[in-house]
Design a protein around this ligand. Sequence first.
Ligand code: SAM
Length: 282
Amino acid sequence: MNSNLWIEEKFEDFLGLKFKVEKVLFSGQSEFQSVDIVETKGHGKMLLNDGLVMVTERDEFAYHDMISHVPLFAHPSPKNVLVIGGGDGGTAREVLRHSSVDKCTMVEIDSMVVDACREFIPQTAKDLDHEKLTLIIGDGVEFVKSTDEKFDVIIVDSTDPIGPAQPLFGEEFYQDVYKCLSDDGIVVSQGESSWYAMDIQQSLLKVLNTVFPKSYLYSFSNLTYPGGLWSFTFATKKHHPTNDFSAERVEASGLTFDYYNAALHSASFALPNFVKKGLEGL
Ligand code: SAM
């Protein structure tokens, strides 16, 4: 083995994030993207799609807690949940911990991501055979266009807006999402970094504000995505993410978390001034 193996995520043409690799576990090229899983020295197993870090065992809990528990505790009784993307299984794993959830449907376009994570990253993929989970290999864009089902919470756990994920950031997709959300439904989406991708955040929030009565950005800190400060968007037909949120429900759920807690739920919607300024008037 090459003991000097490093993997580098290149962000545009000015930033590189390097991780020391102990072993390459899987490398494949699907119809949609390259899929690699490596054992790293400092971050456990890592999934990369098209050379971009998707998940590491060390910090995936921060992303998966915040993409799941914020909408699931903001909604008073989420029963039917849809996850779009999320092929590593971490989001579905967290959704399925909520006892109110009767059914979770996950629509992931790339079976190679799911199969590779099942084999090499059981930490995230461990509940992909859960009895309440319906796993569909298909395009989330087509799914929301054609389904008659209504969901209480939709979670868009997607890659960056390139390739098959590009439409997941557009207005047509969110018109369809609106249609298949229940009357008090919530949609949360992977919302990039305010440090490096505020243009994407601005355009996504503009789209959401066109389709939904109200949308918000909330953030969390992570270790392995460029910028460190990362975000999700929250768009709602009815429930305010913090005013309608009950900290008692978090307590009563009996669930424990490594990142999420009731105070952080509300605090995550408080944005630094440079972000507030960048998002003003959208
Ligand atoms: N946590 C990750 C991040 O933001 O870096 C996202 C993780 S998850 C692996 C993203 C998944 O979205 C990928 O597996 C990709 O195949 C899937 N995806 C991209 N476009 C999609 C689409 N149109 N429909 C369904 N899944 C899609």
